[in-house]
Design a protein around this ligand. Sequence first.
Ligand SMILES: [Cu+2]
Length: 150
Amino acid sequence: MIVRTAPVVRPAAVLVTGLAIACSTSAAPPIERIAVRSGWARIADSGATSGAYMEIANNDTVAITLVGITTNDAGAAEVHETMQHDGMAHMMPRADVGIPAGDVLTMAPGGVHVMLVNVRRTLAIGDSVRLRLRFSDSTTVAVTAPVRTP
Ligand SMILES: [Cu+2]
């Protein structure tokens, strides 16, 4: 019995080791369907308004739509777009933002951004804001955005 068990265990151990080596030497991480990168939030006093910015890559073969953002770090998290009109900058709420297949939505100051209304604590450098992005297909993506100066 002992003699028969041992050869079964050994190939499994070799296989696991082989996978570990393959993973550690592979440079490219697995591609996420929705990948959020370069997230950050603007410094703000408690109770003030802050902004959060990020890149959202849609690696899927179909379009996705960002329909909302939730957070415990502010009274509300709204998607806005800053637009120029008669030489003045206006912020328009965006109920949903579509991201075509293979495209990247870049949120940045002066463009599409997340408005954090009434932040619940002072956001200083070294802090981070936790957001949950909600898409029209019910997918949610958690994002941790470090706080920094613009
Ligand atoms: Cu705004």
